[in-house]
Design a protein around this ligand. Structure first.
Ligand SMILES: Cc1ncc(COP(=O)(O)O)c(C=O)c1O
Length: 476
């Protein structure tokens, strides 16, 4: 760094503006040119070592050179999960308003853990969480907080369940969920002290849903044998197929058996903004704890997830500890200290991006963008069904469709191998990104079509390429 500017890590006003505008230019260029870039880009480890391995830089470098390096070598060696033809995993469809919000948050760096340090940030978080509470039809006393992602939100929700239902004594306890449940639930349980004996994973039915009758029998059997059932985790949109567990029936069962009802809506809860999604998600308002990830289908940059708890005071009951050096934050009951609601004391002002983008675009714009995801998945299903080389495995639901390359004369193992290899071809081709998953014994291709900037042509060409790659693999 230029010595005259390096005044205890400070830049001059002029330098800040110059670099700031250059940075904005780089981001805007990314937004405007994204469609024309290849979707996939994966460098080898040795190439990355060659580019970036170096001793700790004791002396500074001109930041403009660093910006150039970032633009040329860092953001070119990533897959563009925000690209309109990125259909793998869960695409991230950013919006520029939220990017500005994140930049502002980094600039002001408010401490969003306590009211004393950031009353306005706490109030914006309260208001934005309350908007979500209203969207999901939860009672007035419900509330929550913003967290880093669905994995953390599942963990925090389950920690509340453990506290409320078990008073943190986990011996003999059982939590139930289907084999389609996201791995973060199992990992979260592990982190908070549960082991395999405490987990009952129920095989999903033909629609990849949690079968309530089987679950009900299992709970009764477990109670009879002296175990302590305490929680059911339901999926509001599984990662694999988008299937939604029967939420109304599960909530009734939980009430009857006095179990905590946790819903993982990290992927699918956002679909409540669409009429079909709303229909599929009936019963979501009955959750004791609900995870929603705005950084998935509500178009936010990472990291923002929301955990809603039916009775928000339970969060404080679970997590609050007030040490002597924080006594000054404890001023009045009206002042909310979000550090009491989870495991983070120092926390960023995640709410600003969701608040700002909702205010700038309006909820109706979000509704339209979510609805497009449903339509694109339905269109994908239509195109796949038209293609004699492809077979739909699960129909379009919640913006996800699964299918596979299929030829009558091939056995499952051969088809599995071809479909897996199709992903390799997709990655090296770069036009689009589609990943595989396994449903029962079948390797399938899965397209998640929640980017509202995707066009029908993007879908058609991607599906055509998949069929072509399958054919090439057959004849090679
Ligand atoms: C259903 C579901 N739950 C939880 C998660 C984990 O969320 P995150 O990656 O934000 O931690 C995911 C991620 O895709 C998911 O699809």
């Amino acid at each position: 760094m230029n010595q005259e500017l390096d005044n205890y890590l400070q830049l001059s006003e002029e330098q800040m503006k110059k670099l700031g505008y250059q940075t904005v230019d780089i981001i805007v260029k990314h937004f405007t040119e994204l469609r024309n870039k290849p979707v996939t880009r994966k460098a080898t480890r040795s190439r990355m070592e060659e580019l970036f391995r170096e001793p700790i830089p004791h002396q500074g470098t001109n930041p403009e050179h660093i910006l150039k390096l970032i633009e040329d070598d860092i953001f070119t060696n990533i897959m563009h999960t925000d690209h309109p033809r990125f259909f793998a995993f869960v695409p991230t469809t950013n919006n520029f308003i939220s990017v500005l919000a994140d930049a502002l948050v980094a600039g002001f760096n408010p401490f969003a853990g306590t009211w004393l340090e950031s009353s306005s940030a706490a109030q914006i978080e309260l208001v934005t969480v309350d908007w979500l509470r209203q969207i999901f039809g939860m009672p007035d006393k419900a509330g929550g907080l913003f967290l880093s992602g669905g994995s953390t939100a599942n963990l925090i929700g389950l920690a509340v369940a453990r506290h409320v239902k078990l008073n943190n004594r986990i011996d003999n306890s059982v939590v139930y969920f289907s084999d389609q449940t996201h791995s973060s639930v199992e990992r979260g349980l592990k982190v908070i002290g549960f082991s395999e004996e405490n987990v009952c994973k129920i095989i999903s039915d033909d629609d990849f849903q949690l079968p309530v009758d089987r679950l009900s029998i299992k709970i009764k059997e477990d109670k009879k044998s002296g175990k302590i059932p305490f929680c059911v985790v339901a999926n509001a949109g599984t990662t694999n197929t988008g299937s939604v567990d029967p939420l109304i029936e599960l909530s009734r069962l939980c009430k009857k058996e006095d179990l905590w009802f946790h819903i993982d809506g990290a992927f699918g809860a956002a679909a409540i903004l669409d009429a079909k999604g709303n229909e599929l998600l009936q019963g979501i308002d009955q959750a004791d704890s609900l995870v929603i990830d705005p950084h998935k289908w509500w178009f936010q940059p990472y990291e923002i997830s929301c955990l809603l708890i039916r009775d928000s005071k339970l969060l404080k009951e679970t997590f609050r500890i007030l040490p002597e050096y924080l006594k000054d934050i404890d001023r009045s009951k009206e002042e909310i200290n979000f550090c009491d609601y989870g495991t983070q004391l120092t926390r960023s002002f995640r709410a600003l991006k969701l608040w700002m983008s909702l205010k700038c675009f309006g909820l109706d714009a979000f509704k339209q963008a979510v609805a497009k995801g449903f339509k694109l998945a339905e269109y994908t299903e239509y195109i796949v069904r038209e293609n004699p080389l492809l077979e739909v495995i699960t129909p379009a639901q919640m913006g996800i469709i699964t299918f596979r390359f299929a030829k009558n004369n091939l056995i499952t193992e051969q088809l599995n191998e071809i479909n897996r290899s199709i992903v390799d071809k997709i990655i090296s081709d770069g036009y689009a990104m589609v990943a595989s998953t396994q449903l029962k014994d079948k390797i399938v291709l899965r397209m998640c079509t929640i980017n509202p900037r995707t066009t029908k042509d993007d879908i058609r060409q991607t599906v055509e390429k998949i069929a072509k790659f399958g054919q090439e693999l057959l004849t090679s």
